[in-house]
Design a protein around this ligand. Structure first.
Ligand code: BES
Ligand code: ZN
Ligand code: ZN
Length: 483
């Protein structure tokens, strides 16, 4: 893994209070009438709190006590609905991350699916990015569970993918210039998937004008990382991830307020690498190809300029009316390459693409743009199952004239004529590069970055507004259900 890895998981059979762990986390369900179901109450403290109505077992509510010498956290999970279980258990685990090296999470009283999700949420809640601090606060290294029928391989595979996506998305930009990310990916995926790195020279030679132009302002030149996972038969599903290591806006520079968040403008590419990691570790039976165009968007003497006309990989000439609308240029190239050179069965992109989608849907919900009914239904169903929120947005044909309206010399412009409908504009722009293949665009600018989510984010997200690795669980679920 990159900087962090999830705690180890082991099955423990026996009395939960007799394990070597210093902490015990016990999910508490409500019955049909909403009353807490008292479970593993060794000291009577839980019954007492329940009868005094101090603890109602709502999802996220906690009761801490000491039982048989162990930190004991009773974690309310509501009536057992999966998102309540994930959030409740994650709140409980977060309470002990800095206090115990080992935590037993009691799962034997949950149904099978809830138990699996509780384990996954426990692992996600333990995430801390401390590689860039001089001292560590997190201690939790091991999670024990008290039942043996949970699919450990799946939970660990998903948790690792989410950790990888979080590490990459949140890494400081100079920790992770394009070539370094490519090197790390090649090392990481050894034995799991094949990694090919298209160098800057190759991108120039083969006409990846979008990636080249956006990336050429930085000393750290752009690359395209291609990751192929072969787990089954048939044409691959292509996953394209916007990977802007830092988005200053370029010559159309952004205001300084909030610019720090733009280190997470690589969250799409981070998610794609995380998804392929999870798929490979879980042994999903299908073929995947991940396309990760990695660039740094900064102003310099060699930057691309407003009014430049870029020849994209597929020949489209894009007139640049804003260098801050860079994501669509780099993934436009990658989407076209997936459609035409790789003959993908379908293409899904994840991109922190527009501020407009954050205005529309807020920090917790991503926008889904697709004309493909099967992709739409399947992705929305996966969103509902995983709790990674997604809302279907329109690809409005009547807005298409905007694409060409302000192009004075090129075929179309990269940025919308006004702020009105700017996320839809971006989606209509990208769709052209899929050349008729089944295609879905996920604008993850809100949940991808963790932007302004403090105080409302689910407990299994990292604290301090860090990027949560959005999209890994969602697309993994989609790929598993695709069969
Ligand atoms: N990376 C940003 C999108 C973004 C903005 C994500 C705010 C999260 C929070 C993207 O590259 C961008 O700058 N988009 C511009 C496009 C505009 C210039 C047409 C935007 O949305 O303002
Ligand atoms: Zn950007
Ligand atoms: Zn931008």
């Amino acid at each position: 893994m990159l900087y962090t890895r999830p705690p180890e998981v082991e099955v423990y059979s026996g009395d939960p209070f007799a394990s070597p762990c210093k902490a015990v986390v016990i999910p508490i369900l409500q019955d049909a009438s909403g009353k807490p179901i008292v479970t593993l109450d060794r000291t009577g403290r839980l019954s007492e709190a329940v009868s005094l109505e101090l603890f109602k077992a709502e999802a996220g509510s906690l009761l801490e006590t000491t039982a048989e010498g162990k930190i004991t956290i009773y974690a309310g999970v509501g009536r057992g609905e999966l998102e309540g279980v994930r959030r409740g258990v994650a709140s409980g685990v977060k309470k002990v991350v800095e206090r115990a090296e080992c935590a037993l999470v009691a799962l034997s009283h949950l149904d099978h699916q809830a138990a699996s999700e509780a384990l996954l949420a426990s692992l996600l809640a333990a995430y801390r990015l401390e590689a860039f601090r001089s001292s560590r606060g997190a201690k939790l290294k091991k999670v024990l569970i008290d039942r043996s029928d949970v699919d450990l391989r799946r939970a660990i595979a998903i948790a690792e993918g989410v950790y990888l996506a979080r590490d990459i998305a949140n890494a400081p930009p100079h920790e992770m210039p394009p070539a370094r990310l490519a090197e790390r990916a090649a090392e990481l995926f050894k034995g799991l998937a094949e990694v090919e790195v298209f160098s800057y020279e190759r991108l120039l030679k083969e006409g990846f004008g979008g990636i080249v132009n956006v990336g050429m302002g930085s000393e750290e030149k752009p690359v395209l990382i291609v990751v192929k996972y072969s787990g089954g038969e048939g044409k691959p599903v292509a996953l394209v991830g916007k990977t802007v290591i830092f988005d200053s806006g370029g010559i159309n520079i952004k205001p300084s307020e909030g610019m720090n968040y733009m280190r997470a403008d690589k969250a799409g590419g981070a998610a794609v690498l995380g998804i392929i990691w999870s798929a490979a570790r879980a042994g999903l039976r299908l073929n995947l190809v991940g396309l990760v165009p990695a660039v740094i968007n900064v102003p310099s003497g060699s930057s691309y300029l407003p009014s430049d006309v870029i020849k994209m990989w597929d020949g489209t000439r894009v007139e640049v009316n804003n260098t801050d609308a860079e994501g669509r240029l780099i993934i436009g190239d990658a989407i076209a390459y997936a459609a035409k050179a790789l003959d993908a069965a379908e293409i899904i992109d994840l991109a922190t693409l527009t501020g407009a989608i954050v205005v529309a849907l807020g920090p917790l919900i991503a926008g889904l743009f697709t004309r493909d009914e099967r992709l739409r239904e399947a992705l929305l169903a996966s969103a509902a199952r995983t709790g990674e929120k997604l809302w279907h947005m329109p690809l409005e044909d009547d807005y298409k004239p905007w694409l060409t309206k302000n192009a004075q010399v090129g075929d179309l412009t990269n940025s919308a004529p006004s702020r009105a409908g700017a996320a839809i504009y971006a989606a209509l722009f990208l769709e052209r590069f899929a050349h008729g293949k089944p295609y879905a665009h996920l604008d993850i600018a809100g949940p991808g970055m963790g932007y302004e989510a403090s105080g409302i984010a689910p407990a299994y997200w990292p604290d301090k507004g860090l990027a949560p690795g959005y999209g890994v669980r969602l697309i993994f679920e989609y790929l598993s259900s695709r069969g």
